[in-house]
Design a protein around this ligand. Sequence first.
Ligand code: ATP
Length: 260
Amino acid sequence: MTEKPLISIKNISKIYANGTVGLKNVSLNIPAGQFVVIVGLSGAGKSTLLRTINRMHSVTQGDILIDGHSIIHYKNKQLRQLRRSIGMIFQDFNLIKRSTVQRNVLAGRVGYYPTWKSVCNLFSAADKQKAYQALQQVGMGEKLYSRADALSGGQQQRVAIARTLMQDPKIILADEPIASLDPMTTQTVMKDLKQLNRQLNITVVVNLHSVPIAQQFADRIVGLRAGELIYDKLIDQVNSEDFQTIYQSSSSSTDMENAS
Ligand SMILES: Nc1ncnc2c1ncn2[C@@H]1O[C@H](COP(=O)(O)OP(=O)(O)OP(=O)(O)O)[C@@H](O)[C@H]1O
């Protein structure tokens, strides 16, 4: 029996206002609990694809269903609820640098508060406890009162992950989460994501440049090239030649180094 997908992407295309084609007729079904890695050269459309899933980008054509509901026409309350259920991790962490770790993590909860309460920092004791637990989950409990800008890049990314946990997300989208990190911290951050995926059954979709890291962590690898999906395999079916299709006609030495 085929499992009903949590994320169903149906023939989507994205053409930016300046005419650039971001995605061409991409279809993809992701079941709940899967750890999916999207790989491809710079400009292949990875960020565009990820950002259509939480409607940071709208699609030009096609449909996206989350849990069976089309999201492409969502507005106002529906859109806020959608974004509350989807955590997003960015390459540059997106923390408020001059605020404490606790305040940054609580920011993940603002979708559950009326604006005036979150602006006035009126978070409940239960949510402060939840923030501490989220930090503990990524090994950062003792940094609760540190300032975000006093942390290393890897620590900041883990705070960003804790912030998404405050949303009780069904899905975490991570756009190049390790691009600014050294190899050791890369492992820590990827292991955190994998642990949340496995322990909390959060569906994770990650954009990566590094094929070895993709192979280490993914349940499934999806390859994009020039906006098209050209590759989609479960990890046990992947072989090293597969990646040549994605990375062929590379003009970027960085990508080729990472792919090797
Ligand atoms: N806001 C935008 N306006 C116009 N074109 C854009 C915009 N964002 C992305 N693009 C273009 O869409 C295409 C896909 O870009 P996208 O950022 O999705 O690729 P990517 O695979 O994530 O690349 P990278 O690995 O460099 O982040 C590229 O040609 C890019 O220049």
